[in-house]
Design a protein around this ligand. Sequence first.
Ligand code: IMP
Length: 197
Amino acid sequence: MRILVATRNRHKLDEIRAILKIPGVELVGADEVSGLPEDVVEDADTFEGNAIKKARELCAASGLWTLADDSGLEVDALGGEPGVRSARYAGEPSNAEANNARLLRALAGVGNRVARFRCVLALAAPDGRTWTVDGRCEGRIGLAEAGCGGFGYDPLFIPDGQWLTFAELPAAEKNRISHRGAALAAAAQAWGDWLKP
Ligand code: IMP
């Protein structure tokens, strides 16, 4: 059985393949299937909504079972912002440095720095059914950027139980505790058995 993974990001595809190992299931990236739309507009107001929209549109275009993800950062003191707008928090085009600077400005003088990364994975079947699983990584926003690994908000995010940011931790440690890792583990548990041919 082939499952389309709704991403053109090679790194994401490899990470998903490494964790979601289901015997008899081949995970193919969007670049390996012809006739797919270049981009899906992510205009829903929840991670679930965007992940389902991506999965459904690429499932309809390909006729294949399709897996899609949407992720971002939620900050409690900002009412969950930047949330689904994480990639473009400081405006278009997406710019991680500007996003981090805006986040630090928004939290200047704020004591409650509780935050979490979230990742929602949606699985769409050609007959119209859809399922989702959710992964989270709880933590807090640092007072200044630290570290140069990772991407996005990593230099500002300190996961619970750590003094270092995601950008300072080794990649393997980040992957072990990350929201994406948690969502993929939940997907393997929830869907692994019945996706086996
Ligand atoms: P997407 O789900 O790949 O579209 O990610 C949306 C945005 O959320 C990214 O552009 C980042 O700003 C942020 N984000 C998601 N996951 C991470 C992460 O693991 N580290 C840092 N930022 C992330």
